[in-house]
Design a protein around this ligand. Structure first.
Ligand SMILES: Nc1ncnc2c1ncn2[C@@H]1O[C@H](COP(=O)(O)OP(=O)(O)OP(=O)(O)O)[C@@H](O)[C@H]1O
Ligand SMILES: [Mg+2]
Length: 264
């Protein structure tokens, strides 16, 4: 059971410096909500500069976006904090109109066993694409820590052979699950959990854009249950809004408890 009297809630939320606007609960004039588009997608930042938090990591990526010559990268950190978002935004900024032909995206739902590394990735790396000076083709390997070590060994070789033309960006929760030879060829960019204030700043953007009626305690409950995970915060906000049309503590806990029951 969640309680906002918990230590963490007290520490995290009492220190927040923001002003809530209590929105009129007569929401009849609110536009029809877009239930179909997940807010995590609708509000996914498309530019590196718009990614909230992790300033050091984000500014390193901004330098790469500006100067080009992206090194092989590993972005590591807990779920829902912007790793995939950062890689996609960086690739778009680097490659612009060439994105489609010059980026290969492979995520956990794609097969990324040894054959895929040998065939699909290698074929992409060998393919000739004309790009501006200082730009490279990019292979995005999401959730790379779930790749078998055989596949990683094959990947290591491909990375070496084609690094003139192709750079790799790996996202993972724990970089220690990436084999050492790959780690040593990559720049490691660490992401950590977002602060309550950072989550709040993004929630405010979304509640305003979507005209979500709320009370401050409702957002506090979302922030508390999300525990630094922006994806979870946005999903819980959307679930509460579409279930109850009003974000207060009670409704948030109904939604998050229901999800907890479904998960077990
Ligand atoms: N730092 C952030 N700033 C703004 N929005 C964010 C941030 N992090 C996450 N989000 C939101 O959450 C969604 C999920 O984020 P993302 O896919 O980047 O997480 P991730 O770190 O790759 O997580 P996982 O480890 O589960 O793959 C994004 O589409 C975006 O809407
Ligand atoms: Mg991801």
């Amino acid at each position: 059971m969640f309680s906002l009297n918990d230590d963490r809630a007290a520490r995290g939320l009492l220190g927040l410096s923001f002003s809530f606007h209590r929105m009129a609960s007569s929401s009849s004039s609110a536009p029809a909500a877009s239930y179909d588009v997940p807010w995590v997608e609708k509000y996914r930042p498309s530019k590196v500069a718009d990614i909230v938090g992790n300033e050091e990591a984000v500014s390193r990526l901004q330098v790469i976006a500006r100067d080009g010559n992206m090194p092989h990268l590993i972005l590591s950190g807990p779920p829902g904090i912007g790793k995939t978002t950062s890689i996609l935004a960086l690739a778009h900024e680097l490659l612009g109109p060439n994105y489609k032909e010059a980026v290969l995206e492979l995520n956990a739902s794609d097969d990324r066993g040894i054959d895929v590394v040998r065939n699909k990735i290698k074929m992409f790396a060998q393919m000739k694409v004309t790009l501006p000076l200082g730009r490279h083709k990019i292979v995005i390997l999401d959730e790379a820590d779930s790749m078998t070590s055989g596949a990683q060994q094959a990947l290591r070789r491909t990375m070496e052979i084609y690094s003139n033309s192709t750079r790799f960006a790996l996202a993972c929760n724990t970089s220690s699950k990436i084999i050492e030879p790959i780690q040593s060829r990559c720049a490691l960019v660490r992401f950590s959990r977002l602060s309550d204030q950072e989550i709040l700043s993004r929630l405010m953007v979304v509640v305003q854009a979507e005209k979500v009626p709320y009370v401050p305690e409702g957002l506090e409950a979302i922030i508390f249950t999300a525990d630094g995970d922006m994806r979870q915060a946005l999903n819980n906000l959307q679930a509460t809004f579409s279930g109850f049309r009003f974000v207060n503590q009670e409704n948030v806990f109904k939604v998050t408890n229901a999800e907890a029951h479904l998960a077990y």
